[in-house]
Design a binder for this molecule. Structure first.
Ligand code: AHG
Ligand code: MN
Ligand code: MN
Length: 333
């Protein structure tokens, strides 16, 4: 008998006491939004959703039409339900407080509405990443400061990958569950529970074109992998780089591996490319819940105190033994 996302969440709430009813509602709404984004992605050129929107986000990146469509879908789905105080997104400069005409809730939702934007027009897997925090302050108004919580404070995190299948991956702190979208039924169905990342791997994911800009510990780690059987690792490594973090992380959850988007010398003042609050934190919690590890080289990502909503961070995550090795190369450099 198949278990729907709804049933999974009801059981997390009622039988296991893991999540309150409002959080269950929130996650159902996010899943519904992802379903609708999945439909838009699938229509592609037929739906007129490909190409550039000719606008820029706060990080100076040119927005694609789908970046904006996905952002709007998530806001419209979530603003009226009464479960949220505010939202924050890669595609919005400031936080989006729930308008006064709707009831206010106690949760904060952060998202990367469309991850892997460079892959949209070439029909390669893309996704949505989300993170849920609780508003701690008793002030009736919500501000950016309410969002600046460590990843370890997350109450739910997930992503949806729009690939050959649409798969929603979720954690509420009770392991990692994967749900596949059944298009006939229109619902997400549990297809894997208690996901575990193998602790060892022979596969790494990094954008090799940046090699000349890397820091010494990253270069040492990759150099050693490339030396294969004859080198210090005594095994041949394989490489994958999809350029959609969701798709790369999804592969790692499925068969292991290590993913790195480290700080490099191109823009030395930037701590990295990926964003801490709506890319690195949710992915880190998912990876840790699946037995993997996630660090910026020195600090566990979920222990970093954010200072800015759109703060960037160096990311090394995946199979535990490999992440530990890269960390060692950083600390004993
Ligand atoms: P986004 O599309 O949300 O801006 O994120 C893209 C990110 C991430 O998904 C991916 O791992 C990385 O950028 C790819 O960067 P490069 O093009 O530098 O390889
Ligand atoms: Mn992204
Ligand atoms: Mn994005």
């Amino acid at each position: 008998m198949s278990i729907s996302l709804t049933r999974y969440l009801v059981e997390e709430q009622r039988d296991k006491g893991h999540i309150p009813p409002e959080l269950r509602l929130l996650l159902e709404v996010v899943a519904r939004a992802c379903k609708s984004i999945s439909h838009a992605v699938n229509k592609g050129a037929l739906g007129g959703v490909l190409g550039s929107a000719h606008t820029e986000n706060i990080q100076g990146e040119v927005q694609k039409k789908l970046d904006i469509i996905a952002n709007d879908v998530l806001i419209e789905a979530n603003e009226w339900g009464g479960h949220l105080a505010a939202m924050a997104s890669e595609e919005m400069d400031d936080i989006y407080a729930v308008p006064n005409r709707y009831p206010q809730g106690e949760y904060l939702l952060l998202f990367d509405p469309l991850d892997g934007s460079s892959n949209i027009d070439v029909n390669v897997s893309i996704g949505t990443i989300f993170s849920v925090l609780k508003k701690n302050s008793a002030y009736p108004t919500v501000s950016k400061e309410d969002f600046l919580q460590k990843g370890s404070e997350q109450v739910a995190a997930g992503y949806c990958v729009y690939g050959p299948q649409t798969t929603l991956v979720l954690t509420v702190g009770d392991g990692v569950a994967m749900f596949t979208l059944d298009r006939e039924q229109g619902s997400f169905v549990l297809t894997q529970d208690h996901v575990q990342i193998p602790v060892d791997t022979k596969e790494f994911a990094i954008n090799m074109s940046n090699m000349r800009h890397w820091d010494a510990p990253v270069k040492r780690y990759i150099d050693e992998c490339l030396l294969g059987k004859e080198g210090p690792r005594a095994k041949d490594f394989n490489m994958r780089w999809i350029a959609s973090m969701v798709a790369d992380v999804h592969r790692i959850l499925t068969r292991g591996g290590v993913f790195m988007y480290p700080w490099d010398k191109r823009e030395p003042n930037k701590p990295g490319k990926l964003r801490l609050m709506y890319e690195a934190n949710p992915m880190s919690w998912i990876v840790e819940q699946a037995g993997g590890a996630s660090t910026n080289g020195k600090t566990r990502i979920m222990d970093i105190q954010p200072k800015e909503l759109h703060e960037r961070v160096s990311v090394i995550l995946g199979s535990k033994n490999e992440v530990d090795r890269v960390t060692q190369y950083h600390t004993h450099a």
